[in-house]
Design a protein around this ligand. Sequence first.
Ligand SMILES: *[C@@H]1O[C@H](CO)[C@@H](O)[C@H](O)[C@H]1NC(C)=O
Ligand SMILES: *[C@@H]1O[C@H](CO)[C@@H](O)[C@H](O)[C@H]1NC(C)=O
Ligand SMILES: *[C@@H]1O[C@H](CO)[C@@H](O)[C@H](O)[C@H]1NC(C)=O
Ligand SMILES: *[C@@H]1O[C@H](CO)[C@@H](O)[C@H](O)[C@H]1NC(C)=O
Length: 329
Amino acid sequence: MAGNSLSPEVWMLLLVAAACAHAASSAKPKVCDKGWECKASVYCCNETISDFFQVYQFEDLFSKRNAPIAQAVGFWDYHSFITAAAVYEPLGFGTTGGKQMQMKEVAAFLGHVGSKTSCTNSSTPPNPTVLCFLCSDLPVAGLPLLQVDMALRPREMSPSQSYCDQSYDYPCTPGVDYYGRGALPVYWNYNYGAIGDGLKVDLLNHPEYLEQNATLAFQAAIYRWMTPMKKKQPSAHDVFVGKWKPTKNDTLAKRLPGFGATMNVLYGDLVCGQGSIDAMNNIISHYQYYLDLMGIGRQFSDDNLDCAEQEAFNPSTASSTSSPTAAST
Ligand SMILES: *[C@@H]1O[C@H](CO)[C@@H](O)[C@H](O)[C@H]1NC(C)=O
Ligand SMILES: *[C@@H]1O[C@H](CO)[C@@H](O)[C@H](O)[C@H]1NC(C)=O
Ligand SMILES: *[C@@H]1O[C@H](CO)[C@@H](O)[C@H](O)[C@H]1NC(C)=O
Ligand SMILES: *[C@@H]1O[C@H](CO)[C@@H](O)[C@H](O)[C@H]1NC(C)=O
């Protein structure tokens, strides 16, 4: 009989071992797989983007993208977006925080894309760099000059320069122009170089890939959304989904979590800290319009929607060239 029963000491050991095993398993969060779209991540335990954002919704948001004016018939499609998103869903893109936040992040990201790729049908656009890449169907109430022309182009149509700045780490390839291309248009040799490094695609020598491959164009855009401009700074994703705690400096500079700060991360003082300017309002109205179209409603746009009073995370220096800095597109 004695051989069958365990001494108290052994029981203690077993209990401790069991407790440790339990602690270890609960310290390591459960990861999930959702097929090709989301693999081996805690984020994949939530719904994936294709669960709540489907082809018809993409069509609603970008209903005129195949119009002749877009000059990119058949280029952009839902599948390209989801294929690109699949790379970042395991990292939290569109998979963080529960269904409403997930849908809002998709609306926010695509709001940026829509606003940067829409066409204006005005002979005197207020912003000469208005681009035509992926035009959306935005009724531009209150913004009469920005008549979105609902086209969809994969590149800047009338580049004013070649966007080459030899003073940076990524020397321009002779004969190659670095004008805006992609879903969140990329400009300048050094931005093509850095994003190419991030994606492991040679965009410095082949910026044209971004206007030839819609999956890559979306992937570059989501990479930018998910990646801080500088170490110790938050990404647009972080500030939007609430993963970022403002420092005292941030608070003093009126940088607070919300959609407004995504514009600050992506465009800095080109868009933020200048009061209620068109460049900012146009991005906000795309986001809100997409919230409506996705059935969430603009009443859930949340606090800190604008960045009118925010100081830039990365102020452009007075001495830099007159065009977008690294902090911009
Ligand atoms: C998954 O969604 C739930 C709410 O449905 C949320 O509480 C949780 O934070 C989400 N998981 C992650 C990793 O964001
Ligand atoms: C731009 O708008 C004008 C007037 O509304 C219209 O006649 C013209 O066809 C439009 N241009 C394009 C390219 O859609
Ligand atoms: C487009 O880009 C994606 C993502 O980088 C890549 O997997 C795919 O092979 C590319 N397609 C073509 C036709 O090059
Ligand atoms: C906070 O802002 C001040 C003034 O701009 C700056 O000197 C300081 O380095 C900042 N601190 C941090 C932690 O960024």
